[in-house]
Design a protein around this ligand. Structure first.
Ligand SMILES: CC(=O)SCCNC(=O)CCNC(=O)[C@H](O)C(C)(C)COP(=O)(O)OP(=O)(O)OC[C@H]1O[C@@H](n2cnc3c(N)ncnc32)[C@H](O)[C@@H]1OP(=O)(O)O
Ligand SMILES: CC(=O)C(=O)O
Length: 531
């Protein structure tokens, strides 16, 4: 039978020690519910002795029923001068009324001497009696041996003595922490083996070992997996790797590795296909962008760009994918770029419902046109709608929904008033002349409004369209204000969102091209839906 690994999430505590990663009480509750839903065993909610937000969170959580996860309160060993019953931190942990408590204590002698400024013996005492006081008062008691690996390297006898006291005090799980994140995977086996030997010498009671790794050497996930490989049955980490300084071990990489690569069991196994959604939810709540390159759950984790890769993936996905994307709720994507070959084009044609076959000469024409445009500054990876239009144009399937005669943009500045921009457009729809003007906050906004005003009476579906993002990139290799620019526009309607691109030396022209593609794409899409 496979070993069962306990998963301990500290996104709400160590995660929120990361710069720019903040969650409100409501957000924390939402994260908690999701972690519980996917099967995380312990959710560390915060340090109740730390701030009112942490206290409010634990209070609110009393009315939240978790199906599986055990909410955990985190705090330090007691202050040397205060007995546990008079120590504010220890009492706040109990007041949080959680089924689990995690206490961290010092393992590294220099921390005892320089950070706590107490005697080595006194540190042993506060570890043991903090835990012994809590033991009968809480269901699960976990001990985080802070700086364990550094402590071991500096003074292994003392370091082992600290966990000896934690075990004596009643800790059921002893977690070896690489607090400064400086340890490399090859250092772990010797240390873990010595700890295992030490624990077995401590008597009959079985101790669960755990690992908590920081990412300062970019080895947090590797260290955590190494710890588990060597026998740790409890692993700590955070969703998306948020944590103090460079972060904590990323559970969105650890969990699939445990399940799919190490053949181990954990409760999340049944809900692993929600990993992608969970990762995104945490970023969304913290109002942070998603890291598209994140293993397993990033948008690019299963995105194929090289023509050779795409051709092979189509024949057998295993050729360039370490696991199937659906297993973690992600999807395979095929990108179009100047590194594309026939296979990319055929896949895209299939997706867009275009009739193109492998031996069709059209495929080579589309590849050539794509490479010509990319060479002149276009990029279609984030502008697939423009790429579909390119394919249609090359195949002679393009339809002109309108013909532009002229457009003009005028910028007005009045004393004491914010500047405004006016755009006028003259175009033809089915031979009928349309002449409109519109005001906007800037030239692109004014043009967008004027164009839609002109077309909406002919194509009412345009009313559902909304511009959601607009990005300008000055292309390198050109000079100053004479440089080419690439404009990317993202638009959405009630159904979906799509990206379009325009390139020119003139920013307004580039924006216009991207806007027109966006409108054409919407009109083709509506036409397809109506047939
Ligand atoms: C490895 C980790 O990530 S541990 C978690 C770190 N997270 C945090 O620190 C976030 C929450 N922390 C806080 O809100 C505050 O630091 C508090 C409320 C806990 C403490 O605040 P303060 O009392 O003002 O102390 P301060 O922040 O300066 O921390 C230093 C104190 O903690 C004590 N301390 C630190 N670690 C420990 C420990 N393991 N056991 C006992 N005391 C400890 C130090 O001795 C020092 O107290 P002293 O000045 O009386 O010697
Ligand atoms: C406990 C903890 O967060 C650490 O040692 O890094």
């Amino acid at each position: 039978m496979a070993r069962v690994i306990q998963l301990y999430d500290t996104t709400l505590r160590d995660g929120t020690q990361a710069e720019n990663f903040n969650l409100s009480v409501d957000d924390k509750i939402k994260v908690c519910r999701q972690l519980d839903r996917i099967g995380i065993d312990f959710i560390e909610g915060g340090w109740p002795g730390s701030n009112p937000l942490a206290v409010a969170f634990f209070e609110r959580m009393r009315n939240v029923e978790l199906q599986h996860a055990k909410l955990t309160a985190f705090g330090s060993t007691r202050h040397f001068q205060k007995p546990p019953e008079a120590d504010g931190n220890i009492q706040a942990l109990l007041a949080a009324k959680t089924p689990a408590i995690t206490i961290f204590g010092k393992s590294w002698d220099i921390h005892v001497i320089d950070a706590l400024r107490i005697e080595l013996e006194d540190n042993l005492k506060i570890i043991e009696d903090s835990l012994a006081y809590l033991r009968p008062r809480v269901q699960h008691l976990i001990y985080d041996a802070e700086h364990f690996f550094d402590g071991f390297k500096n003074n292994r006898e003392y370091c082992l003595a600290t966990i000896g006291k934690a075990i004596k005090g009643g800790a059921e799980t002893v977690v070896l922490c690489d607090t400064n994140g400086g340890t490399l995977p090859h250092e772990i086996p010797e240390i873990m083996q010595r700890v295992q030997q030490f624990c077995s010498e401590q008597g009959a009671r079985a101790i669960r070992l755990g690992i908590h790794a920081h990412n300062d050497s970019e080895t947090a996930v590797a260290n955590a997996l190494m710890g588990v490989h060597l026998g740790a049955n409890h692993v700590q980490g955070t969703i998306n790797g948020f944590g103090e300084r460079c972060g904590n071990a990323n559970l969105t990489s650890i969990i699939p590795a445990l399940i799919f690569k190490m053949g181990l069991e954990c409760k999340v196994g049944k809900r692993i296909d929600q990993l992608y959604t969970t990762a995104r939810m945490v970023n969304e709540l913290a109002n942070l962008p998603h890291n598209r390159y994140q293993p397993y759950v990033g948008e690019s984790a299963f995105a194929h760009k090289g023509g050779v890769h795409i051709s092979a993936v189509q024949r057998n996905p295993m050729t360039y994918e370490h696991i199937a994307p659906e297993k973690v709720g992600n999807i395979r994507r095929v990108l179009v770029s100047d590194q594309s070959g026939k296979a990319n084009i055929l896949l895209k044609a299939q997706k867009y419902g275009l009739d193109v076959h492998q031996d069709d000469a059209m495929v080579a024409s589309i590849v050539a046109e794509l490479k010509r445009l990319e060479n002149s500054g276009y990029q279609f990876e984030a502008a697939e709608a423009s790429f579909e239009l390119l394919m249609r144009r090359t195949m002679g399937l393009h339809r002109d929904f309108f013909q532009l005669e002229t457009f003009r943009v005028i910028h007005h500045t009045f004393d004491q008033h914010p500047p405004v921009t006016e755009a006028t457009i003259r175009l033809y729809v089915d031979g009928k002349e349309v002449h409109t003007a519109s005001m906007g906050d800037g030239p692109v906004n004014a043009l967008d409004r004027a164009l839609r005003k002109a077309l909406t009476r002919f194509y009412p579906g345009l009313e559902d369209m909304e511009l959601v993002d607009y990005k300008v990139r000055v292309l390198t290799g050109e000079h100053g204000t004479g440089a080419k620019v690439r404009v990317l526009v993202e638009t959405k309607d009630l159904e979906k969102s799509w990206g379009t691109v325009g390139v020119s030396v003139n920013i307004i022209e580039a924006s216009w091209l991207a806007l027109v593609d966006s409108i054409n794409y919407k009109l083709i899409k509506d036409e397809k839906n109506n047939h």
